[in-house]
Ligand binder design. Sequence first.
Ligand code: AMP
Ligand code: MG
Length: 403
Amino acid sequence: METVASALEKVLQEAQPLRPAQVDLPEAVGLVLAETVVSDMDAPPFAKALVDGYALQSRDISEGRRRFRLVGTVRAGEWFSGAVEAGQAVRIMTGAPVPTGADMVVMLERGREVGEWVELEGELGGAGAYVMPRGAEMRAGDIVFRRGTVLKPAHIAVLASIGQAKPFVFPRPRVNVVPTGDELVDVACRPGPGQIRNSNGPMLWAAAHRAGANVTLLPPVVDQEELLYRTLERALSDADVVLVSGGVSMGDRDLVPKVLTALGVRQVFHRVRLRPGQPLWFGVHKAPGRRALVFGLPGNPVSSLVCFYLFAKPALRVLMGHDRRRSPEPLARLRVAWEHRAARPTYWPARLWVDRSGMVAEPLPWQGSSDMRTVTLADGFLFVDQGEHRFQAGDEVQVLVID
Ligand code: AMP
Ligand code: MG
């Protein structure tokens, strides 16, 4: 059986960044840039006024002149065609190009206009005051962002300013979610005897959506080979990742591994030493020009969720062009003493928060892998290795943070 670390290693080995595609600029937020972008112009493209005021020559100010002849006004979007001579000033608005000849702007509040003239007083500054020089932010031909940059709203603004209307990014993976199980009824239905509502389907849709994928949720499919085969065949045909829920344990109705194998999905591993989540199945499906990663997630809701965060989310991140190297799982200090006997390496729901000394964890009272309600109170999971543990308050434990 795999360890969590070896299983994750294998998943990441099979994950490849998706082929870059162009997207409309605002929709690139959160995605990873797949090209190195170069500025097509200087920014700002002209020396720009940073306040409303008067553009003039700093030499006049340093020589003591305080009275200037107003020779015009320039606003953002306009261009002042003349030049500012000694003794002259141009009224200028924020964002307007500083006219030729002028090398500083004095704030509007420092001036008093009398007819054709303006009189200045107070602190006026010197050369360059309130002027952003042409190209101060970047110059034409500069490399602005490199391939691999994760795009935040600020990046979207800079890309817009250099004309990148449709940047190349690593696209959102297409994910199909396939819940399986005879007992499942749709969320909108009232379960009959022995039935339960399909909660994994919406949960996995939500988790994959949050991880950045384009997700389709298929209706639950019963544990019947023929139907499973047809549903999974369709699910494999148009996805980068298929998240199957249920049917991967040892029961006589756990048909998913068999059906996936029949469909040509190559098993990479089945079962991981882990609680919750031991039955996890993982394989790869290759068809001409395409490749899908297939996760057979345990039906148990918390198992499914833990396996998603431990294995599927890191894979989605690689598909989306994020760095394959992963930062180590963070450590947190236990707020309370905690005794725990772990029959297997265990992820245990916990509240997590940050205080002045770092991350703090408090294990939640939890009834095991079908108790999802307690998990709603958790910010993540504590990791405890197999064995008998007597933690003191303040001891460090590894954590898996979930969003
Ligand atoms: P399985 O992995 O199919 O043996 O399912 C394990 C447990 O998870 C059983 O108690 C199932 O009823 C439950 N389960 C399976 N699929 C779902 C689902 N989509 N939503 C909620 N519970 C499920
Ligand atoms: Mg089942």
